[in-house]
Design a protein around this ligand. Structure first.
Ligand SMILES: *[C@@H]1O[C@H](CO)[C@@H](O)[C@H](O)[C@H]1NC(C)=O
Ligand SMILES: *[C@@H]1O[C@H](CO)[C@@H](O)[C@H](O)[C@H]1NC(C)=O
Length: 512
């Protein structure tokens, strides 16, 4: 009773003051009469001040303890911007913004609003941005936004929405961005999307969609950006992305996929960027992204089980420019043909993986502008001498002035934590390596020589022995001689051959 009387009194005061003093500025508020802006952020208010200049255009009331709005704003017809973020609003009532035709931005985030009524936003035909994130809304009834024909951004993140009626988004003819992140949706609200087929960006992250069903986004033909991170997705059906013919960016980070959903990709012909880390795949198979013919950037970060990138994994993604594979704790193998024929590749980031070494032929170095291999357990030995050379001679620049070249060694222990770039070929044991090589070759040569000598020696010994034998033959007794003669006549025994050869040349006629 008292409160109401007070409000009425204040209203009368405000109206009577309209053309007189413009400065009834509450304590701890800043009132700019010239720009018609009042800032009362954190001013300890528990009601909306109604004694302000009625021509007010901007009202900042965040971080107060305001519990209700009632008809408070009917005083301020010219309001364009209203911020009531972080208050204690429990409900918005009905038709409380009916006179706020000029309002462009309405911020109601982080209050305790639990329901929206069909007529809550009546009158807000000029509203462009509505943010109600961080409340307790459970349901979006039919027609709740019908009058918001100019609305471009609708932020309903961090609520408890589990039900979206079929016609909930009706009337949102200008909507571009819809944020439904962190709610309790148990399935993709396909039918509700049919009235907003013109929307450009939807964030559905942190909801719960174990299966992305066929045709789930069928109506969203204009959609360019879709976020489906942290949605517990285990399966993506083959036609799940059907209709998303204009999609440019897809976020599938942090789900439960066991493999890359290759078969669902061919609908995404215009996709430029895919982010699919933090899933359960162990390998990236050959041609995993085959359908994404225009993909320019791929990000696979923090995939806990990812161990291998197989040959031709990024074939035929000929437009690929940026590959980001960071913090995959088990990733230690990239096939040297994984990036085959990617002529446009410009930056590769392999930070925080499990690489101990890296093969030069894996990447097209001449075209690479950025390369990051930091935070890997690298063994700095001669096998990385090519990388040392790259780091010392090339300039892998970056727009953010981050020096990607601070690649450190983990092994051998003497080089631990030293930057590879600061080492020399000697540090990498390449000379030892060289010496070892030389020694190996020397030993091999000596070995060959020894063997050759041995062969020669043996040959001479054999020959000497044969000579002896021949000498012996000349003194073969008569009875044995007959046999030998028979042999000679009988033509083809090997024994006969040498007998003949030797008999022919050095000691001719000896056997005859
Ligand atoms: C260098 O270390 C890597 C990783 O441990 C190993 O595979 C490679 O054979 C080593 N190279 C040389 C020349 O010792
Ligand atoms: C590397 O390139 C960037 C920009 O291209 C330049 O600003 C920087 O001075 C270069 N650094 C070296 C060491 O050449």
């Amino acid at each position: 009773m008292k409160k109401q009387t007070l409000i009425v009194t204040c209203l009368i005061m405000a109206i009577s003051l309209r053309y007189t003093v413009l400065g009834l500025c509450p304590i701890r508020c800043q009132c700019n009469e010239e720009r018609l802006v009042v800032i009362c952020d954190g001013a300890g208010l528990d009601v909306v001040p109604i004694t302000l200049n009625p021509d007010l255009r901007e009202l900042h009331l965040s971080k107060n303890s305001i519990k209700g709005i009632m008809a408070a704003f009917s005083v301020y017809h010219n309001l364009e911007y209203l911020d009531m973020t972080n208050n204690q609003l429990v409900a918005l009532g009905r038709k409380n913004f009916q006179l706020q035709e000029k309002l462009h931005i309405l911020l109601l985030g982080h209050n305790m609003i639990s329901s929206l009524h069909r007529s809550t936003f009546d009158g807000l035909s000029g509203l462009q941005i509505l943010k109600i994130a961080g409340n307790f809304i459970r349901e979006l009834p039919d027609g709740v936004f019908t009058e918001l024909v100019s609305l471009e951004v609708l932020d309903l993140s961090e609520n408890s929405i589990d039900t979206i009626s079929r016609d909930a988004f009706m009337g949102l003819e200008s909507l571009k961005i819809l944020l439904l992140k962190d709610n309790k949706l148990g399935h993709v609200p396909t039918s509700s999307f049919s009235t907003i087929s013109h929307v450009l960006s939807i964030d559905l992250g942190l909801n719960n969609f174990p299966i992305l069903p066929d045709n789930g986004f069928f109506n969203l033909v204009s959609l360019e950006k879709l976020k489906l991170d942290s949605c517990g997705i285990r399966e993506i059906q083959r036609n799940a992305f059907k209709g998303l013919e204009n999609l440019i960016y897809l976020l599938l980070q942090d789900n439960l996929l066991d493999s890359i959903p290759t078969k669902a990709f061919p609908y995404l012909k215009k996709l430029l960027e895919l982010s699919i880390g933090q899933n359960n795949m162990k390998t990236i198979q050959s041609k995993s992204f085959e359908g994404l013919i225009n993909m320019q950037t791929i990000t696979i970060n923090s995939a806990p089980y990812l161990e291998r990138i197989e040959s031709e994994a990024f074939v035929p993604n000929a437009r690929l420019q940026h590959v980001i594979l960071n913090h995959n704790k088990k990733l230690k193998y990239i096939d040297r043909n994984a990036f085959t024929s990617l002529t446009l590749l410009r930056s590769v980031s392999l930070r925080g993986n499990d690489f101990q070494t890296f093969i030069k032929e894996t990447l097209p170095w001449s075209d690479l502008e950025r390369f990051d291999l930091r935070d890997n357990p690298l063994t700095c030995n001669c096998s990385l001498s090519w990388l040392l050379h790259q780091l010392q001679t090339r300039n892998y620049s970056d727009a953010f002035d981050v020096d990607f070249t601070h690649i450190r060694c983990e092994n051998p222990p003497v080089l631990r934590d030293l930057t590879l770039k600061g080492l020399t070929i000697d540090d990498l044991g390449c000379h030892e390596h060289q010496t070892q090589k030389i020694l190996t070759w020397t030993f091999a040569a000596i070995g060959v020589l020894l063997v050759a000598t041995l062969v020669v020696v043996l040959w001479y010994r054999q020959r000497f022995a044969n000579d002896l034998k021949i000498k012996c033959n000349t003194s073969i007794p008569e009875s044995h001689r007959y046999r030998l003669d028979n042999h000679l006549r009988g033509a083809s025994s090997p024994e006969q051959e040498w007998v003949v050869k030797i008999g022919r040349d050095p000691f001719p006629g000896r056997l005859v």
